[in-house]
Write a new protein. Structure first.
Length: 232
C-alpha cells in the first residue's frame, strides 16, 4: 500500500469534512467502506456512517455494526425499508420474485435500498461511497467527485482509483475489521439471496445478481432510480 495513496485518501476525506461537515459514508460493510471508516476514526473527522439494513442481509454483515462500535466507538446509523411496502411487494409478487425479471429485482431494490437511502441522505450536505472503477464494468467512468442529481447533493468516491491489491494492503497494514464473507469468496456483498461466492477468475461482481447480465448489475443506489413514493 503506497503512502501516496493513503495520504491522498486522508487529504480528500479531511477536505470533505471541512467543506461538508455532517456528510456521511454509505457503508455496505465491505472492505472499501471499512477503509473509509478506519480513516474517519483515525482522523476524528465530523462524518457519519450509515448502513441500509434491507431485511435480507447476511448475519455476517449485520454483525459488522457491533464490530465498528467496538473497534472505533462509532454508532452506525441503520435505515430499514418501510414495512408496508415490503409486505405489499411480497404479497403481490412473492418473497423471491426478484429472480423472475430485472424489473422485479429493481423494484425490490427500490423498496429495500433506494427509498431508505433517500431517508438516510435527507438533510445531508454530501455523501461518500467506497465505489471503485475496478469493481464492475458499470463503474469504469466513476469520478472522484460528482453531483448526484437524484438526491441533489455532492457525491464522493475517494477510492475510485484504488486496485484490489491496494485495498487488501491497507486492510492488512492497519488491521481493519472485515466482513467474514470476504474470506469465503465474496468480494462484493449485498443481500443474502442475491449474492453468491465467486469462482477463481470470475469478475468481482459476478456473485451479485448472478442470474442477470453484467450490464444490469446495479441496484439503483448509484444510478438515477425510478421515483419512489416518499413518506416521512
Amino acid at each position: 500500500m503506497s503512502d501516496l495513496k493513503t495520504g491522498a485518501l486522508h487529504a480528500m476525506l479531511t477536505g470533505i469534512a471541512k467543506r461538508y461537515p455532517g456528510a456521511a459514508i454509505a457503508s455496505s460493510m465491505q472492505m472499501e467502506d471499512m477503509i473509509l471508516t478506519d480513516v474517519l476514526a483515525r482522523l476524528k473527522l465530523p462524518l457519519a456512517v450509515f448502513m441500509l439494513d434491507t431485511g435480507r442481509l447476511h448475519s455476517e454483515t449485520l454483525a459488522m455494526v457491533g464490530r465498528v462500535k467496538e473497534r472505533y466507538g462509532i454508532e452506525v446509523e441503520v435505515y430499514q425499508p418501510q414495512e408496508t411496502k415490503v409486505k405489499q411487494y411480497v404479497q403481490q409478487h412473492g418473497l423471491n420474485a426478484f429472480y423472475e425479471s430485472v424489473e422485479l429485482r429493481k423494484s425490490c431494490c427500490g423498496i429495500r435500498k433506494v427509498e431508505p437511502l433517500a431517508r438516510a441522505l435527507r438533510d445531508r450536505p454530501a455523501w461518500i461511497t467506497g465505489q471503485r472503477r475496478a469493481q464492475s464494468v458499470t463503474r469504469t467512468e466513476l469520478k472522484l467527485e460528482d453531483f448526484d442529481p437524484t438526491h441533489g447533493l455532492p457525491k464522493f468516491n475517494p477510492l475510485t482509483e484504488w486496485t484490489d491489491a491496494e485495498v487488501r494492503a491497507y486492510i492488512s497494514a492497519f488491521d481493519v475489521p472485515v466482513n467474514a464473507l470476504h474470506a469465503r469468496g465474496y468480494p462484493s456483498i449485498g443481500c443474502e439471496p442475491c449474492t453468491r461466492a465467486i469462482k477463481p477468475g470470475e469478475d468481482p461482481r459476478a456473485g451479485r445478481w448472478w442470474w442477470e447480465s453484467s450490464e444490469s448489475k446495479e441496484c439503483g443506489l448509484h444510478v438515477i432510480p425510478i421515483k419512489q413514493e416518499s413518506h416521512a
